[in-house]
Write a protein that binds this ligand. Structure first.
Ligand SMILES: [Zn+2]
Length: 281
């Protein structure tokens, strides 16, 4: 069933487990995520992000993702991640996404606050969850270019002010995590996660989950992270599945699909187990 992400995360926060958010830019990805969640009786979050729209438009994604979510026998939130423009977030709302991330993290603090607060007023009027980002989760392509990466980390006191003034339901934090492939083993600032959790009281979101260790995930969840974003691992597994299929002599697209889906399901299965959301649906 299609659900509101806020309620899903509130339960996860109370019972101390994490829920995976997996981008699904085609039907095979959507099937891998939702079928695995059903097999494991796990709530799950699925969606796409503004930077992924070249793979599939928002409207097209909504056409398959929302009906699959509605028919699923586990709770599924359909989330639009890293919405960068007001217009695209409005489009996601109109298409029936149950959750929107409005990422204004590269704007000034005041602008981030004003823009996210406006988004919260609109989305809450429609029963849609809003995620904001404070501090800035960069990408690994820029690794080594920032002089002092911790300048971009989320400040707990500022986070408390942001959450109180905007009314966001979930907050993406910058605590040493980054998008894409990590060039160096990431080192998460765990005490900062605890401090932000205590200062804000709301579910925290960890972006850039692909490449963190199993222990990193367990510790982050223990300290208040309720949503973990995974895309790179899923994307690469899909490719590896296709390569395996080709090696095994699959001669057509149709023959490759089962390999692709099985490889991606393995990633989803592993993460759901690690985050502790299996059996929570
Ligand atoms: Zn992200």
């Amino acid at each position: 069933m299609l659900v509101n992400m806020k309620e899903m995360l509130a339960k996860a926060q109370k019972e101390q487990y994490g829920i995976g958010f997996f981008n699904a830019v085609n039907v095979e990805m959507a099937r891998a995520v939702i079928e695995t969640a059903e097999e494991l009786h796990a709530p799950v979050i699925v969606g796409t992000a503004e930077v992924l729209l070249p793979a599939m438009s928002l409207e097209r994604v909504a056409e398959y993702l929302i009906p699959i979510a509605q028919k699923a026998d586990v709770p599924v939130a359909v989330h639009y991640d890293h919405g960068l423009t007001f217009e695209k977030c409005m489009e996601a709302l109109k298409l029936g996404f149950s959750s929107v991330m409005y990422d204004c993290s590269t704007a000034s603090y005041e602008e981030n606050l004003d823009r996210v607060a406006e988004m919260v007023r609109i989305c809450h009027g429609m029963g849609v969850t809003v995620e904001g980002e404070l501090g800035h989760v960069g990408d690994n392509e820029g690794a080594g270019k920032l002089e002092n990466p911790s300048d971009y980390y989320t400040d707990p006191a500022v986070a408390a002010d942001f959450v109180q003034k905007t009314g966001v339901d979930a907050l993406a934090v910058a605590v040493g995590n980054a998008h894409g492939d990590y060039k160096f083993p990431p080192k998460l600032d765990f005490s900062r996660i605890t401090a932000i959790r205590e200062a804000t009281g709301i579910p925290l979101v960890l972006h850039g989950g692909s490449g963190l260790s199993d222990d990193d995930f367990r510790e982050a969840v223990r300290r208040g992270v309720c949503k973990i974003n995974i895309f790179t691992d899923l994307d690469k597994a899909g490719r590896a599945g296709i390569e395996k299929g080709l090696k095994n002599g699959a001669a057509s697209m149709m023959g490759l699909i089962p390999y692709e889906i099985e490889a991606m399901k393995e990633v989803v299965r592993n993460k759901i187990g690690l985050f502790g959301s299996d059996g929570r649906a």
